[in-house]
Design a protein around this ligand. Structure first.
Ligand code: TYD
Length: 207
């Protein structure tokens, strides 16, 4: 594939959105040919699936398997309709969350196991990112920093124990995919974190 594929990962409140915004602004300034997209979503069908997954009314009713399969369905549509064509066109694709979110949230925190997630995401596993930037901050610290300003969707309604498990899940991925999975220490200011992200992208020849 001609383009490069970079995913951004992190727990709730890790500052992932802020970092993505700062990075997008920088890439625009540099005139980089890039596409910013997100999961779950990024295409009309996938955005519709997103509304079902994140609907707060389904909080207690949705089974973990249904949740994982909906994320996988949203992902495959997005991959085929948006990501692959952009990579073939030589673009840098920045994706806010990808299959690692399913490993951390559904595989580890919901307890479905990594093998199950790998199986239902078989095609996505063939298109792994060149680089995954993991916004590394413990959820307790992150929640304190955010002053509990939650948006109240179905996943964000979960307690702190759930988010700790998600964090643990990401830490497992660091060992599982050492070549592409890079943890970015987010304990400093947002500008310090952004500098670290740009340095990693430059080191790897992505920008
Ligand atoms: P979003 O509002 O986009 O959250 P964030 O800004 O934190 O990325 O909602 C996405 C939610 O979906 C988030 O809580 C993480 C969750 N998620 C999974 O549980 N599994 C997945 O595979 C993906 C892509 C997201």
């Amino acid at each position: 594939m001609k383009g490069k594929f970079v995913s951004l990962e992190g727990c709730e409140g890790s500052g992932k959105s802020t970092q993505t915004r700062l990075l997008s602004a920088y890439l625009e300034e540099q005139g980089t040919d890039f596409l910013f997209t997100r999961e779950p979503g990024g295409s009309t069908i996938s955005e519709d699936i997103r509304r079902i997954i994140l609907n707060g009314q389904y909080a207690e009713k949705m089974s973990p398997e249904c949740e994982a399969l909906l994320y996988a369905a949203s992902r495959i549509q997005h991959l085929k309709q948006v990501i692959i064509p952009a990579l073939e066109a030589g673009k840098l694709v920045l994706c806010d969350r990808y299959v690692d979110s399913s490993f951390a949230y559904q595989g580890h925190a919901r307890g479905l196991g990594m093998d199950y997630i790998e199986k239902i995401n078989a095609t996505a596993m063939e298109y792994q990112p060149d680089l995954t930037l993991f916004m590394d901050i413990n959820p307790v610290q992150a929640f304190e920093r955010k002053h509990g300003a939650d948006k109240g969707d179905r996943i964000e309604q979960e307690g702190i124990e759930f988010h700790q498990k998600v964090y643990e899940g990401y830490k497992i991925l660091e060992d599982r995919f050492p070549a592409r999975f890079v943890a970015v220490d987010c304990s400093g200011t947002k500008y310090e974190t952004q500098d670290k992200i740009r340095a990693i992208l430059k080191e790897r020849g992505i920008i």
